[in-house]
Design a protein around this ligand. Structure first.
Ligand SMILES: Nc1ncnc2c1ncn2[C@@H]1O[C@H](COP(=O)(O)OP(=O)(O)OP(=O)(O)O)[C@@H](O)[C@H]1O
Length: 293
């Protein structure tokens, strides 16, 4: 999945709102990525575009071989039915209350004319840890179980990409863990690429890559990997990266800017294998003070 210079401008009552202003994002097949960002930073706008519901004003977006800007109606319908799955904050958005869990999961397969529906639905319920809920309707399920069945609905047609918008936003921490574990299993066992928008630190701390969006652009990324410490214990290494766009623009993390009181213009210098950044008026002792790099 590649987004390049994605722009989305909304016009409401004559006022233009730039929700995305040149957003670049690449997600490899099989990756699980969390997207974080303040309210209004453009996360839902991005997911709506990726789900094929909304069209960007400029830029390009390709998902699993589909060009989201140029695809016609028939391709868009196929894309929305089979290439992407969507999980909402409210499980009920994916579920019909008068159908059982297993019937709900079979429904998207009916629309896509797929065979072996019951076997596939049972397999999904198993992977998502809710096999015992197969014959229960919505009102017989807990919030976490409802969301896992909703995940089964999103995965029914074996999408390449799962898009999840705050999937644990309405759940207590135990249910939130269960739902996120089910999302991880879908990623690991079914190979589904997952893009999950979240405010939940429980979720963003468990993924190997978290992308932060600020003012409609990807601003920074945190990558995590697990290694062993000298006693053989597990050690999570987390490293923050700023995103460099194709024009060479870099957004410094807010905390770095505030900590050094950077504004308007900074002094930069190439130092062999790294670049140093100083506040505009260099202090005589700047070199000894742990400058931002
Ligand atoms: N249909 C619309 N018409 C006008 N403005 C819109 C529309 N949709 C989004 N916006 C504006 O675009 C900006 C980005 O909104 P978006 O919903 O993508 O942010 P978000 O990061 O998902 O926020 P939240 O975390 O609150 O859901 C906001 O300023 C919002 O007001």
């Amino acid at each position: 999945m590649v987004c390049d210079g994605l722009v989305r401008i909304f016009t409401s009552e004559g006022v233009e709102v730039v929700a995305l202003q040149g957003l670049d994002l690449e997600v490899a097949r099989g990756e699980l990525v969390a997207i974080v960002g303040a309210s209004g930073s453009g996360k839902s706008t991005l997911l709506n575009i990726l789900s094929g519901l909304d069209l960007p004003s400029a830029g390009s977006a390709r998902v699993a071989g589909h060009d989201l800007l140029t695809m016609g109606r028939a391709e868009r319908l196929r894309y929305r039915r089979s290439t992407v799955g969507f999980l909402y904050q409210q499980a009920t958005a994916n579920l019909l209350p008068y159908l059982s869990a297993i019937e709900n999961i079979q429904l998207p397969m009916v629309f896509a004319s797929r065979g072996h529906r019951e076997a596939r639905a049972r397999e999904l319920l198993e992977v998502l840890g809710v096999a015992d809920c197969a014959d229960r309707r919505l009102d017989g399920l807990s919030g976490g179980q409802q969301q896992r069945v909703a995940l089964g609905v999103a995965l029914a047609n074996n999408p390449v990409v799962l898009l999840a918008d705050e999937p644990t936003g309405e759940l207590d921490s135990r249910s939130s863990d269960e739902v996120f574990s089910a999302i991880r299993r879908a990623n690991e066992e079914l190979g589904t690429t997952v893009i999950v928008v979240t405010h939940d630190p429980h979720v963003s701390e468990q993924v190997t890559r978290t992308v932060a969006i600020r003012d409609g652009r990807t601003a920074s990324e945190v990558r995590r990997h697990v290694t062993r410490d000298t006693d053989g214990g597990e050690l999570v290494i987390s490293q923050e990266y700023a995103v460099l766009d194709r024009a060479g623009r870099l957004q410094l993390p807010k905390a770095f800017v505030a900590s050094l009181g950077l504004r308007d213009r900074v002094r930069i210098e190439l130092e062999g294998d790294h670049i140093t950044v100083w506040p505009e008026a260099p202090r005589p002792d700047a070199n000894e003070r742990g400058d931002a790099q």
